[in-house]
Design a protein around this ligand. Sequence first.
Ligand SMILES: C[S@@+](CC[C@H](N)C(=O)[O-])C[C@H]1O[C@@H](n2cnc3c(N)ncnc32)[C@H](O)[C@@H]1O
Length: 208
Amino acid sequence: MTGKKTNNKYLSDHYAKQAQKENFPARSVYKLKEIQQKLQIIRPGNKVLDLGCAPGSWAKFAGELTGKQGLVIGIDLKAVSERFPAHVRILAGDVIALAEKDAVELAAVIGNGFHVVLSDMAPATTGRKEVDAARSYYLCRSALIIARKVLEPGGSFVCKIFQGEDFNGFINEVASDFERHKIFKPQSCRKESKEIYIIALGKKQEDN
Ligand SMILES: C[S@@+](CC[C@H](N)C(=O)[O-])C[C@H]1O[C@@H](n2cnc3c(N)ncnc32)[C@H](O)[C@@H]1O
């Protein structure tokens, strides 16, 4: 047991140190790197929306993958101090409020025709697992509502969720909008964390 804990601590340190070495502002970049390695969701020239982007490591990595022919729009409640190339743009905003806008209003703020919507959003945690999971679900629903409005048919959606009682219901919602989906826990997630990623591929064309 002690050995396991030590190992987990070692891994956390390893990812944090690696992020510093590779000039990423957070260790969370390795979660997206693992997802990308598994499914190649972001391609050169893609238009990517990154919900909950601070401090900016996913946005930076996504920008490397899209290249300057692509575009990355990141949104967060918090300010982002990281410097990005011109094709990676950061907006200050509340994703929950954005999800309430209709498609036209939303497009005026963030654009549309995205190939990929990412959400690594996390609520401020309370330490009470059921409360944190309910707040995470609420953020995921907002991300999915936005993905429905701005994703191209065939597009992909990656969303972090804290597993709780709404988890299965959320998977069902995602499954009805996309051709296929996977549940993935990257190795770089802290083992004690309840977070897991839903990776949905092939957004279905709307019937109406
Ligand atoms: C784990 S961090 C994201 C890390 C990021 N992917 C990276 O690699 O740098 C989660 C972020 O979600 C943001 N967040 C939480 N609720 C939000 C909301 N309603 N609107 C926008 N951002 C939100 C937080 O401010 C926080 O910066």
